[in-house]
Design a protein around this ligand. Structure first.
Ligand code: SF4
Length: 124
């Protein structure tokens, strides 16, 4: 099971920038290239009783780190699939991940209904 790239010490809305895909060892776990492994661990998780303004500022800073991370897509998908309930992962806060998951569930339901009613052919 992959270990989180950043430690839950403390904990983020910046649109991810495109970063060049680095040559990576395909056998290495995705988090071995995580930018947050180095020195920004405290940005990604909220300390207890963090004021809203401080949280928003910290989350923005965490998202800027994610925007230059070469494994942002892998990290985001990991956090969605687990799912990870806390912290900024792959440039998304926990609340943003819940929105993405709700949209995926709704899309999947609509696809199921469309297949059931014959509006689209079942895959496979
Ligand atoms: S996308 Fe963000 S949280 Fe994920 S590994 Fe990269 S820097 Fe860390």
């Amino acid at each position: 099971m992959p270990q989180p790239p950043h430690q839950p010490l403390q904990v983020a809305a910046v649109r991810p920038q495109r970063v060049p895909v680095r040559e990576r060892d395909q056998d290495a776990p995705w988090h071995s290239d995580a930018v947050c492994r180095r020195d920004e661990a405290g940005l990604f998780f909220a300390p207890s009783k963090e004021p809203t303004a401080a949280r928003l500022s910290r989350e923005e800073a965490a998202k800027r780190v994610c925007a230059r991370c070469p494994v942002m897509i892998e990290c985001r998908e990991h956090a969605l699939v687990q799912p990870e309930p806390y912290g900024v992962w792959g440039g998304l806060t926990a609340a943003e991940r819940r929105v993405v998951l709700a949209r995926r569930r709704r899309r999947d339901l609509e696809l199921q209904k469309a297949r059931a009613t014959g509006r689209i052919a079942a895959a496979g």
